[in-house]
Ligand binder design. Structure first.
Ligand SMILES: Cc1cc2nc3c(=O)[nH]c(=O)nc-3n(C[C@H](O)[C@H](O)[C@H](O)COP(=O)(O)OP(=O)(O)OC[C@H]3O[C@@H](n4cnc5c(N)ncnc54)[C@H](O)[C@@H]3O)c2cc1C
Length: 442
């Protein structure tokens, strides 16, 4: 029997189990997959909450449909997709609310016209932006990686960069534009001069958690909940995990935890993984008595109090009922605030946006210490070094989403690639094993 251990029951681990099972016909013997999860539930940063007939997301709310293979996969899994209402996004500033046309995020004449007609930046800022956009084609197209903040300033001028574009990118990737890489501007649209356009987001009608559950169900993996893995041993040609022997193991846990597991096995990989920084976010989900919110899916905030964005959940996902609606605030945890302080800040902001103080029916505060890997300058290079370093450990695989995944689609793609590599390794297991033994004895 071929035995594989998957550590981590989030979407990376669940998808790795699913893709590996899809290759079971390659294995001469039976394939057994064990999935170890430290907490009492599967899903990790995917966490759906079910209330009567409503699905509320406490973690990730959707996937990017820019990669069409993700949507095809959902169909293969038999999951019904839902799209958010076709509403614009707003930017909030000092109680003001301005809708932004996604086209404004491109350095185009149409985007420029839209921006010039808005109160988002001063007249001086608008002149600077106009100059930047209009002279863009005469400037050198510098393709060097730099900080996102610098790239945005060069493209749109400093005021527009700081007040409009940086909040958009921080809202998507976490972290500040000073820390993030300019590669993200390319990554979002597949071209250096592009910015984010219309929402390609979609979600799952039965909740994002059903994606993880479906992967696990179809993988036939045996799930071990409340089973934190704290040690990984090499015992002759197999890995020992929770006293059981495995031919291969996939570490599908956030990079620093993966680094800690590898500390006594591979210093280089452990050091690189442990050095990956993560962004943190606190989410505050409020159930409120219905009020008239701006006609938008949500609002990016230009605030010093840590509030980065507010999602008008009910409007966005069509959840409204006569008795209540939902909004969700995203805070950067730059200073410690108690739950009730965060709730008050969010209520104050909603009041400033709509002129009516919302009455709170219920609230949920979640503190996500490791929301996303911080994709700082050089992150692709570091990712390549990690994947090289891990190759020195026969039978150990780490999906790339763990160290430079910007979301669920990246995690799924990383898991698919790891499952392919794992299947190749397991089918040529004997050859690799003898090579490893030779190196150990040398
Ligand atoms: C608030 C929030 C909103 C987000 N919104 C979106 C969104 O809308 N769209 C999007 O694409 N992405 C979004 N993301 C990011 C997305 O959720 C993550 O990229 C993705 O879920 C990560 O999945 P993962 O399996 O790699 O990691 P995780 O979900 O963190 O799963 C890792 C699992 O491993 C377990 N574990 C850790 N250590 C051990 C151990 N030693 N032994 C056993 N188990 C262990 C953990 O308990 C966890 O369950 C959001 C993230 C947050 C926090």
């Amino acid at each position: 029997m071929t035995r594989v251990a998957i550590i981590g029951g989030g979407v990376s681990g669940a998808a790795a189990a699913y893709f590996l099972r899809a290759k079971q016909n390659l294995f001469p013997s039976q394939l057994k997959i064990d999935l170890y999860e430290s907490s009492h539930r599967l899903g990790g940063r995917i966490f759906s909450e079910y209330r009567n007939s409503l699905v509320l997301e406490r973690g990730a709310e959707g996937l990017s449909g820019r990669d069409t293979s993700a949507m095809e996969l959902m169909e293969d899994l038999g999951l019904e997709l839902v799209r958010p209402a076709a509403l614009p996004l707003g930017i909030g500033c000092g109680g003001q609310f301005e809708v932004i046309d996604p086209e404004v995020l491109r350095p185009s004449l149409r985007g420029l016209r839209h921006l010039l007609g808005r109160r988002l930046i001063s007249t001086r800022g608008k002149l600077e932006t106009a100059l930047r956009v209009l002279t863009r084609s005469f400037r050198d197209k510098d393709t060097h990686e730099t900080s996102l903040a610098r790239y945005l300033e060069e493209s749109w001028g400093s005021e527009a960069a700081q007040r409009i574009f940086a909040p958009v990118y921080s809202g998507i990737y976490g972290g500040s534009a000073d820390e993030l890489s300019s590669r993200l501007a390319e990554r979002l649209q597949g071209g250096r001069c592009a910015g984010p356009t219309k929402s390609a987001l979609f979600s799952i009608a039965t909740g994002m958690s059903s994606l993880v559950e479906r992967f696990v169900e179809l993988s036939g993996a045996q799930v071990h909940l409340e089973s934190p893995i704290t040690k990984l041993f090499r015992d002759s040609d197999r890995w020992l995990i929770a006293d059981a022997p495995y031919d291969a193991v996939a570490l599908c846990i956030p990079a620093p935890q993966a680094g800690a597991l590898l500390l006594s096995l591979d210093q280089e990989a452990a050091k690189l993984l442990s050095a990956i920084r993560f962004t943190s976010v606190i989410t505050v989900l409020l159930e409120i008595e219905p009020i008239d919110l701006p006609e938008a899916s949500g609002c990016l905030m230009q605030r010093q109090n840590g509030l980065r964005a507010v999602s008008f959940v009910s409007q966005k996902w069509g959840h409204s009922s006569r008795s209540s609606s939902f909004v969700r605030g995203f805070f950067s945890p730059h200073r410690h605030l108690e739950d009730h302080d965060l709730i008050t800040l969010l209520v104050n902001e909603i009041e400033a946006l709509c002129g009516v103080r919302p009455r709170v029916i219920s609230s949920l505060v979640d503190r996500w210490e490791a929301a996303n890997p911080l994709l700082s300058v050089g992150y692709e290079r570091i990712g390549a070094r990690i994947s090289e370093a891990v190759k020195a450990l026969p039978g150990v695989f780490i999906p790339a989403g763990v160290y430079h995944g910007a979301g669920i689609t990246d995690c799924i793609n990383g898991a698919r690639r790891s499952a392919d590599l794992m299947a190749d390794y397991l089918t040529s297991f004997s050859a690799v094993r003898s090579d490893y033994e030779h190196r150990i004895s040398a």
